[in-house]
Design a protein around this ligand. Structure first.
Ligand code: ATP
Length: 369
């Protein structure tokens, strides 16, 4: 069992900078938790407080029911895998993995068994005699993981462990870490600024901004029901399109007005805006690129939700095409089928699915619907 909780945790650095503000999180046994957010949002600081490498200014860190704030890092039963792997260059793979156990005076035959087991899990058996310089980036990464695994810790902490790998290897290691999580049944807290990594790995994702938690949810929920404008814009690539709009209410109907357009909202969404008192108010209209279409079939189906613009960019992704254009001064993108006839400079019509519309409060930036 390895449950972990952070209660009202704050970090104020000696220069007075508040890097983490009132952080509350309950991590259950075997969860794969991701901390994600832009550079400087406090991801590493939080992870380092859990590891004991950074003092907690106020609040509590509890692991398996025990307050750990003042427990030495080495006694927290936590293993940390860093971005730069921190392998000892003069030691073999075996010795790198065995090092922590040797320090703990674990018997030699037990060390051998543990290292060999970790090497088997990580497919490093044939490399145990090599030095780090004779390994590829991905192999070094696995050695760093191995060093953590042999300790059989309660919690694994990983700080951007894939950031030094090339794009192809990252994808490969991503799936290896995911299957490792399943095989080990371990509790993992993983830091990344890459939202794709967050979405593919995490069972739950913590989105941070300026040291404050914006939302904690499953990848699916974050994507489909973001709490606010920040999460909506951060999760998803290319990001959600946003247009400043005005809410117009006529009886039981609500419309979003922007530029020359007036789009009617589906009943349930209209009700939320009307009940929330948004009639006549400024809001932000959001729509994801994949919910905008250019096919004749969709233009017909969503005839009341049409926009038109000049194509300012065309990117073939393989199975799909990204079209870039501008509406009401906002730069937008649509992810359409690769057989689209649209090309750079064309004036095209697009339609979007009204049920996929997101609406945010312009002032508070919170999600209305
Ligand atoms: P990145 O993705 O760039 O690594 P991060 O989200 O991990 O960013 P942190 O390293 O946790 O961010 O830093 C959070 C904030 O705290 C940053 O604004 C950083 O400049 C600040 N900070 C970090 N260490 C110190 C320190 N020792 N003293 C003062 N401020 C610090």
């Amino acid at each position: 069992m390895a449950s972990l909780s952070l209660k009202n945790v704050c970090k104020v650095y000696p220069n007075g900078f508040e890097a983490v503000k009132d952080f509350n999180l309950e991590v259950e046994d075997k969860e794969f938790i991701i901390f994600v957010g832009p550079s400087g949002c406090g991801k590493s600081t939080t992870l380092r407080m859990i590891a004991g490498l950074e003092e907690i200014s106020s609040g509590e860190l509890i692991i398996d029911g025990k307050v750990m704030n003042d427990v030495e890092p080495k006694d927290r039963d936590i293993a940390m895998v860093f971005q730069n792997y921190a392998l000892y260059p003069h030691m073999t793979v075996f010795d790198n993995m065995a090092f922590g156990l040797k320090l703990r005076k674990v018997p030699k035959d037990e060390i051998k068994a543990k290292v060999e087991e970790a090497a088997r899990i990580l497919d490093l058996e044939k490399l145990l005699d090599r030095k780090p310089k004779a390994l590829s980036g991905g192999q070094r990464q696995r050695v760093a993981m191995g060093r953590a695994i042999v300790r059989n810790p309660k919690v694994f902490l990983m700080d951007e462990p894939l950031s030094n790998l090339d794009a192809k290897l990252r994808v490969q290691m991503r799936s290896e870490i995911s299957s490792l999580h399943n095989r080990l049944g371990a509790t993992i807290i993983y830091v990344t600024h890459d939202q794709t990594e967050a979405m593919t790995l995490g069972t739950r994702i913590v989105v941070l901004k300026d040291g404050v938690i914006m939302q904690v949810d499953s990848p699916q929920k974050l994507y489909n029901q973001p709490n606010n404008l920040f999460v909506a814009g951060f999760i998803g690539s290319p990001q959600m399109n946003f247009i400043d709009a005005q809410c117009v209410v006529e009886g039981a109907k609500a419309f979003l007005k922007f530029d020359k357009y007036q789009v009617e909202l589906p009943e349930a969404k209209a009700k939320k805006l009307i009940d929330g008192g948004y009639a006549g108010k400024n809001v932000v209209f959001g729509i994801r690129p994949e919910d905008i279409y250019d096919s004749a079939e969709h233009l017909d189906k969503f005839a009341t939700c049409k926009i038109d613009s000049d194509v300012t960019g065309y990117e073939l992704l393989g199975a799909e095409v990204l079209l870039y254009f501008t509406v009401a001064g906002a730069n937008m993108s649509a992810r359409v089928d690769s057989d689209t006839p649209a090309r750079y400079g064309d004036h095209i019509e697009l339609a979007f699915d009204p049920h996929k519309i997101h609406v945010f409060d312009k002032e508070t930036e919170l999600t209305i619907t």
